[in-house]
Design a protein around this ligand. Sequence first.
Ligand code: ATP
Ligand code: MG
Length: 654
Amino acid sequence: MTTAAQAEAKVFPPSAETVARAHVDAEKYTQMYEASVNDPVKFWGEHGKRIDWIKPYTQVKDVNYDFGSVKINWYADGTLNVSANCLDRHLKTRGDQTAIIWEPDDPNDEAQHITYAELHRRTCRMANILESMGVRKGDRVVIYLPMIPEAAYAMLACARIGAIHSIVFAGFSPDALAARVNGCDAKVIITADEAPRGGRKTPLKSNADAALLHCKDTVKCLVVKRTGGQTTWIDGRDYDYNEMALEADDYCAPAEMNAEDPLFILYTSGSTGQPKGVVHTTGGYLVYAAMTHEITFDYHDGDIYWCTADVGWVTGHSYIVYGPLANGATTLMFEGVPTYPDASRFWQVCEKHKVNQFYTAPTAIRALMGQGNEFVEKCDLSSLKTLGTVGEPINPEAWNWYNDVVGKGKCPIVDTWWQTETGGHMMTPLPGAHATKPGSAMKPFFGVQPVVLDPQSGVEITGNGVEGVLCIKDSWPGQMRTVWGDHERFEKTYFSDYKGYYFTGDGCRRDEDGDYWITGRVDDVINVSGHRMGTAEVESALVAHAAVAEAAVVGYPHEIKGQGIYCYVTLMNDREPSDELLKELRTWVRTEIGPIASPDVIQWAPGLPKTRSGKIMRRILRKIAENDFGSLGDTSTLADPSVVEDLIANRANK
Ligand code: ATP
Ligand code: MG
């Protein structure tokens, strides 16, 4: 087995084949990157033309990062329609091409292939239905749907008439749904009867009914039939989508939107605090989502592209729907989970639809790695060209497994660092331009100027082989514009700690080669007897042990050391907790990193508290480690709240 440190030292240059095929090679990257930071107005002025404008822009960039007067505008005098860019402009050239491949939860049910022409008709019908329900330009619509094609119709329909959508994960509770409906004063909730996932059904409409008890009684509910599962019905409030779609007109004219009109609101996953209503606008967002989709994944016409995220996460917005469809791509939408009916589902879907680009999260990779290689090896994955990951730092052990077992060493891995706030990829290797290193996000995307700051003084640390907090020096078109209804919170969260920069909240290291490594949240840095270390480093070491499937590490107050190291460890399926194993893991971490990183507490955790997008909620783990169970904060975005009770009940008593 390789240790974390050995794995990190490896560098994987792209193959000649990958370089030859790529949109961007090393030379082109350097030339374009320099152009993008030396003259952003010229660069983005040119690349803005990749989408269609109704009225072309004459202004490109108007940005102020000064705390107290933060303003971010791109293409501000241009007008366009996002749904026309994703649909109408492709009709002539690719009306019969598949836009969306839909793969249902149950592999025995048939997949659907929806062409651009069909997607256009469906979207128009949905847009007409929404208009008939009274939705107008600027109104908010909450989408609470499973991963079904109607989720894409709903997003595009809102964009078509200029309504602002706010998607809520289908796994969220009625309380979380109600809070989001009220938070943006939505006129309509679009939901379905039930959401099948992993063979189980979530009663979405019943959840919506429960949520609506806490909303204004003018809020209407549009219900899509997915399973036909029985639902209660309130006439005048509930609308039957399937029935209305039979009558609705196949055409709806796209509204002319200003580039800075909001396209959507999306609440962040809340892994660090109360979820924020992130606002993205129309023009800059689409330019950035489309360009990153094409270049990061090296997407080419005719490729089949699959992002396994849910549309309730920003990744689903930018990289299932808006980016791919703006590019005229074929994008796969998957309703299910990676382990149903068994751990080969992802790979079977890749084989079945001959997927070329595959994009998932480290949490899924680790879970599947823990199940064994035979689930991968029995599938034909020869169509794969690019593999992607997003959501968390990926530990080298999982990276190597992804590279060797899934990619057979021939697919570049794009480790994409970005945030709900950034709209699209910020740092990632590009397939034909950069070598990769297990766990490194490598290089900034065009127009992105990362800086490493000293956390105390806020001064920029130059040179290589340095570490600090990660900020961004200047704006890019995909940047969020405000927090819905609370511009002050926007400025305070992102522009007040380090004046003149966008503060990401993440820590990072720029290695000797000038490549970037995200070390986790800044508040995930712990200080043990004066030594600062990222919790991700300890987690990575733990996961490198054969018995460990997953680990989460937090700091807790320690009388002598200042902070102690508290580890939550999930073991592989076939391993049992024991005192010996506990000792072994301590020794393991000491040898992997050094005595300073020796865990003070190891708690066996059958499960870890995660957001629906698979992120570990360390703020909850910190509270448990601190024995402070009274103030766990907002847990409404947890995938499985019962995990928390178990951890509290079994909190290591040390
Ligand atoms: P909240 O801001 O409400 O706490 P969140 O930050 O978890 O929620 P997202 O916007 O989905 O919600 O997550 C962005 C964060 O995820 C980044 O700031 C970073 O910490 C982490 N992240 C995403 N991709 C990567 C990656 N490739 N490598 C390392 N970390 C990543
Ligand atoms: Mg965040």
